[in-house]
Design a protein around this ligand. Structure first.
Ligand SMILES: [Zn+2]
Length: 320
């Protein structure tokens, strides 16, 4: 069967290109993850293109197919992506600021394969839907991916379609005001939600004592009864719960999948956020009826959902 370039039916490759690392997967024709690669990100346009090409070639090699026989390549990028034009801009963490035709630059190097770009959180929500909600009555078509990393932002899959927004800014809830006149934010405002509910927020509030990531240390110290850590954990969970509330009350998504670096804390994070939501529900019949706590889940550990989503984008499963 010749599947070259037709967007379906063959192996596909997806890359989640982050500020520090590139995670890649190869999906077999059924959509199952068969191979993974990981590499350090080389910042700047040349480095990003070369890194992407090398990862695609490596994954095709692992899959035992020629690059030209892939049904598609998808790249998830932390920036503003024009899906139709195949361009990205404002990918500050990749060292790419001005608008560039990244899809064409990668395609030139890998050959006759469709190369598609997507915002990283949009790719992540597409990938997360495969794991979190495949058995929903609606087929896992309605969820938000809430990334708690350097910042805080969400990807939205609504009625099976990505909500990218008129300017690609849908889900930028990290810059909602959470504390009036609160901590300054690089966006120019003060008191933004991401100043309280991101990995960076915990890093700033809790200088690591052991070299372990601050979120893991804070939750471990809180579990051991350290009062400062308990306060910080509870403040953090309250801010994350606010993000969940915004997403559900705005879009009524069935699931809010918590991912990003902080989600490595695992169940203690989920318990803390659900605890805040449960306490709020006890004082409000309205919130209780929204069943917020039940909607929050963790992104699957050990699965690079952003790369999986990028591969699904690459093989044309996601409508532009
Ligand atoms: Zn802000």
């Amino acid at each position: 069967m010749d599947t070259r370039g037709n967007g379906t039916g063959g192996w596909s490759v997806g890359l989640d290109i982050g500020g520090s690392k590139v995670l890649g997967v190869a999906l077999d024709p059924s959509g199952a993850v068969r191979h993974e690669v990981r590499a350090s990100t080389v910042r700047g346009l040349d480095g990003v293109v070369s890194g992407a090409v090398a990862a695609v070639e490596r994954l095709a090699d692992l899959a035992g197919v020629a690059v030209g026989d892939l049904s598609g390549v998808g790249l998830g990028l932390p920036g503003v992506v024009d899906v139709a034009a195949g361009t990205v801009e404002h990918a500050v963490n990749l060292g790419i600021e001005a608008r560039v035709g990244l899809a064409a630059l990668v395609a030139e190097r890998v050959g006759a394969v469709p190369v598609r770009l997507e915002n990283d959180l949009n790719a992540a929500v597409v990938g997360a839907a495969q794991f979190v909600a495949p058995h929903d009555a609606d087929g896992g078509r309605d969820l938000a991916f809430l990334a708690l990393g350097t910042g805080l932002a969400a990807g939205l899959l609504l009625d099976g379609r990505l909500r990218r927004g008129s300017q690609g800014a849908a889900g930028e809830i990290g810059h909602l005001t959470f504390v009036p006149d609160g901590l300054p934010c690089k966006c120019g405002q003060a008191g933004c939600l991401e100043q309280y509910a991101s990995g960076s927020a915990l890093d700033a509030a809790w200088p690591s004592r052991t070299g372990a990531p601050a979120p893991a240390e804070v939750f471990a110290a809180a579990a051991a009864g350290d009062p400062r850590a308990v306060d910080l954990r509870d403040q953090f969970a309250t801010a994350v719960a606010a993000a969940v509330r915004v997403l559900v009350l705005t879009c009524d998504v069935r699931h809010v999948v918590v991912g990003g670096g902080v989600s490595a804390v695992g169940e203690p994070l989920l318990d803390a956020v659900r605890g805040v939501l449960d306490r709020a529900a006890r004082t409000s019949a309205f919130l209780e009826s929204m069943r917020l706590a039940e909607r929050v889940t963790l992104a699957p550990s050990g699965v690079p959902v952003g790369a999986v989503g990028a591969a699904l984008v690459g093989r044309g499963d996601v409508t532009a």
